[in-house]
Design a protein around this ligand. Structure first.
Ligand SMILES: Nc1ncnc2c1ncn2[C@@H]1O[C@H](COP(=O)(O)OP(=O)(O)O)[C@@H](O)[C@H]1O
Ligand SMILES: [Mg+2]
Length: 355
């Protein structure tokens, strides 16, 4: 089983969009596996896209969120509620929170399941935090394992099936992001090609791996506690320059320059601590040059303009989208083949490299 967290502590870099595209395409390409998406972001953007987009998806979310008398919500918050009442002993009840997405959205393969996102995460977070303090000695550890417990409950239901999990994260380094990173074995880091993304790449490396920028800088509680508890950190699997625009050669090369800048930053971490990276595919040789390193870890996803907007708004994975005239909220829009050709091969390559 592989568990991927998609995280960068900057908002708007494409975590949710890529979770939607990658998980959907991965499920279509790996029909022999089960795919689980855990939406750990209170915005629930990836859930909304998976469940059918801005209109259908939002209606479906509203239906799923509507309380039924005597029933817990079939969302991530329903599970978190259970854990708040049983923080240190797993209720082994995670399986009942998985929704088969095809029952809401026919464009999604039948092997894709979702732990639906929920804005209630926001109000629950102080109680989750609270559970890490008092209680037994290993309170911090037990609470940080909640999402892993949830995933294992679902995997246990699926018995011998091969499972791949994608966790969409909150941008901020909130308690939920910590829980996601503890559950994950691998990390996909999307970033946009702008100046501030370089700083966010540094922030990710410092928060997760304790890389200090100046001598004497404090390391994150998460890093310190994970080390104390001997809990494994996820390994960097890919960093993804996302939403690159190719208007002309000059803009393409400007984006390339920024992506490479960030790549240099991450290469620096590799040189100091290669153990924080996951060599892939399994059995591949360890990169020995920066070129080999980039070939293994650096990915790019272009902006597909109208095709991207339509894909997200309608909950149709871009690899399933055809060119032509479409209707988007009563208006005619055109999805061009050239737009699809910008992004579909990127997603295919990325997914082909996910194990
Ligand atoms: N490769 C892309 N091409 C076009 N639009 C994109 C792409 N990636 C993300 N977007 C759009 O950018 C916006 C922010 O992306 P989102 O996934 O919500 O970011 P995050 O989850 O990191 O906050 C969304 O409107 C999304 O549809
Ligand atoms: Mg998001």
């Amino acid at each position: 089983m592989s568990i991927y967290a998609i995280w960068n502590n900057k908002g708007g870099v494409g975590k949710s969009y890529l979770t939607f595209q990658i998980a959907s395409e991965y499920a279509w390409k790996n029909k022999d596996k089960k795919v689980l998406v855990v939406d750990l972001c209170p915005q629930a953007n990836s859930s909304s896209m998976l469940l059918g987009g801005m209109e259908r998806g939002e209606n479906n979310l509203a239906k799923i969120h509507a309380p039924l008398p005597g029933m817990s919500r079939q969302t991530i918050s329903g599970y978190i509620d259970e854990r708040i009442t049983s923080p240190y002993v797993s209720p082994n009840s995670g399986a009942k929170y998985a929704t088969q997405v095809i029952t809401y959205n026919k464009k999604i393969s039948d092997n894709l399941f979702l732990i639906v996102g929920d804005e209630r995460l926001e109000i629950q977070s102080s109680r989750v935090m609270g559970a890490t303090f008092p209680g037994p000695q290993d309170a911090w550890r037990a609470v940080h394992l909640w999402i892993r417990d949830l995933i294992y409950d679902v995997v246990t239901m699926w018995k011998d099936e091969d499972v791949t999990v994608f966790i969409d994260c909150n941008p901020s380094f909130s308690i939920y992001t910590e829980l996601a990173l503890t559950a994950a074995k691998r990390l996909l880091i999307p970033f946009s090609a702008d100046g501030s993304s370089k700083r966010s790449a540094k922030a990710v490396l410092s928060l997760v791996y304790g890389v200090v920028r100046h001598p004497g800088d404090q390391q994150s509680e998460f890093f310190l506690n994970s080390s104390r508890e001997r809990m494994a950190l996820p390994q960097i699997y890919m960093y993804i320059g996302n939403r690159l625009t190719q208007m002309n050669n000059s803009s393409a090369s400007a984006f390339k320059t920024v992506v490479n800048e960030i790549g240099d930053e991450i290469w620096g971490i590799w040189q100091k601590s290669p153990n924080n990276f996951c060599i892939h595919p399994s059995g591949a040789a360890t990169p020995r040059s920066q070129r080999e390193f980039k070939r293994m870890f650096q990915y790019e996803v272009n902006d597909a303009n109208t095709a991207s907007v339509f894909s997200g708004a309608m909950g149709i994975p871009i690899s399933r989208l055809t060119a032509g005239q479409k209707t988007l909220f009563g208006r005619k829009v055109t999805v061009n083949q050239s737009q699809l050709d910008k992004q579909v091969p990127n997603i295919s390559r990325l997914v082909a490299n996910i194990e």
